[in-house]
Design a binder for this molecule. Structure first.
Ligand code: HEM
Length: 474
């Protein structure tokens, strides 16, 4: 058994461009001043996109009585807290996170209303709101409400993860049925931290008051934006739900060779300034709002600036406001439709920035690197993508809102902006996007392919450790 062994190197990755996690000492001091119990909050909620290897284990509960007993004894001991993750010396070999769907809680006999209609209905019932073209592309196991929970295993080696899964399988015996698993991993070598299209991810996650200090430009949120029952959460919750968080899981397949072909076929043309390759790179950067290095196009409008991308004190320090241009019309720097502008419009909606729509993204890429054959034929033959995970205290304000009201809404942030060219989806219909060409912002591009295909997912609740011992396991 691996529990209890100590580690010598972190199980997490820490790309230069990411703000560092707080030290355990600094987090403890901040949390104590803010009365936030980070020993009670599951570690994954506040850690962000720093997973090296991660396995998602979706299960249904076959015997609730036995499962509850195991939850109180063996499983509770395995769950990793926030504090534990902040020092290498206290990190386990494999970090464990557990979360339950609405049907999972009911199976455990917990019938309290958590106050989130999207969670209560489950993601399958919500797919019509998310732009998915029905459930044809959904992983069959995600259809319906049969998944009761998910366990997330995170470590720096597959060996550790497989040992942890084998241990848990032995502990659980047949009180649980394994419904589906997905293996995630940071991409190899210098691509670590980059999602499969090649862009560095996990740069802009919110800083939580009472836990960490923000880097310049980072959104600062009340703990209640992510955690139920904390300051900033305005919904009535059962007392035991305090310090839990809703975990949105989506398996988002990425058509990487097809995306690359689209960029090659549609370079931004600036004769004498950009080569065709640079024009294609610029189009990709404008669709995302950041270059592959992480540098924001708002601060590096024509060419990538890797030093800017790698510097967490500068790479988030922008609001789209510039003294020489009008915020409401100018797209020479960052298009209104860019993924990062759609999902965090910064000063577009006024200052101070709205507070309630921030999420903590904590996903991990899955699937292999693009093969030579796939690159040559511009066609995906093996699935890869993002095992998208987002934490928030309110799914209707968080993931669901960002996807529906902003990314899929052609008239956000201004009439005629078009949908988010990365994640925007219109139930399979072609997507029209404007503003991508800095030389002619009125020009539109029609995207006939969804480069991201939803394979479905589920809405879960990641309870605090005291809720597991005091309510769920009882
Ligand atoms: C395969 C799917 C996706 C890919 C490849 C992707 C990629 C990226 C990248 C490269 C960034 C910039 C790096 C950063 O700021 O951390 C980013 C930022 C972001 N993404 Fe995504 N993303 C995906 C899905 C989603 C979904 C489904 C949502 C929510 C509905 C979302 C919400 C956000 C948010 C809120 C930000 C930060 C914006 C900011 O604070 O400036 N993403 N994404």
């Amino acid at each position: 058994m691996q529990h209890g062994q100590s580690r010598v190197q972190s199980l997490l990755i820490n790309p230069d461009a990411h703000p560092d996690l707080p030290t355990a000492k600094a987090a403890a001091a901040a949390a104590s001043a803010a009365n936030l119990n980070i020993d009670d909050i599951q570690g994954d909620v506040l850690i962000g996109m720093k997973k090296n290897k991660e396995l998602f284990y979706f299960f249904s509960i076959a015997n609730a009585r036995v499962f509850k007993r195991k939850l109180a004894t063996d499983i509770l001991l395995l769950i990793t807290t926030t504090t534990q993750l902040l020092s290498v010396s206290t990190q386990p070999l494999t970090a464990h996170t557990i979360a339950f769907s609405q049907t999972g809680l009911k199976t455990l006999g917990v019938t309290d209303d958590l106050g989130d209609p999207a969670y209560a209905g489950g993601q399958f019932a919500d797919l019509g709101n998310l732009g998915d073209p029905g459930s044809t592309n959904w992983v069959p196991e995600f259809k319906g409400t049969n998944i009761h929970g998910v366990l997330l295993f995170a470590s720096d080696t597959e060996h550790n993860i497989h040992a942890a899964v084998a241990h848990l399988d032995a502990v659980l015996g047949n009180c649980v049925t394994k419904v589906y698993t997905l293996d995630g991993a940071a991409r190899p070598g210098k691509e670590a931290g980059h999602e499969h299209f090649g862009f560095l991810d996990g740069i802009s996650n919110p800083a939580v008051k009472g836990y960490e200090s923000p880097v310049p430009g980072q959104a600062v949120v009340e703990p209640g934006t992510l955690l139920l029952g904390e300051t900033g959460d305005t919904v009535k919750r059962p007392a035991w739900a305090k310090n839990g968080s809703f975990l949105v899981f989506r398996q988002l397949k990425q058509l990487v060779p097809e995306f690359n072909k689209f960029l090659t076929d549609n370079p931004i043309v600036k004769p004498g300034v950009l080569t065709p390759q640079q024009g294609s790179d610029l189009l990709g950067a404008r669709m995302m709002g950041r270059w592959k290095s992480g540098a924001p196009v708002d601060l590096a409008p024509l060419f990538d600036d890797p030093a800017l991308g790698a510097d967490p004190t500068r790479n988030n320090n922008f609001t789209f406001v510039h003294p020489d241009v009008a915020l409401a019309t100018d797209q020479t720097r960052c298009p209104f439709s860019a993924h990062i502008r759609k999902t965090r419009p910064r000063a577009d909606l006024g200052t101070p920035e709205e507070a309630v729509h921030h999420i903590m993204r904590a996903g991990t890429p899955y699937g292999p690197e693009v093969s030579d054959h796939e690159a040559a034929t511009h066609t995906t033959s093996t699935e890869r993508g993002l095992a998208f995970v987002a934490y928030q205290s309110n799914i209707s304000n968080g993931f669901h809102f960002l996807q529906k009201a902003w990314a899929d809404n052609a008239n956000f942030v201004h009439a005629g902006t078009g949908v988010d060219p990365i994640i925007g989806a219109l139930a399979g219909a072609q997507r029209v996007v404007s503003g991508l060409d800095p030389t002619d912002p009125t020009k539109t591009l029609t995207l006939t392919t969804d480069f991201i295909v939803s394979r479905g997912g589920e809405y879960f609740f990641a309870p605090s450790l005291s809720a597991i011992s005091g309510t769920l396991a009882v």
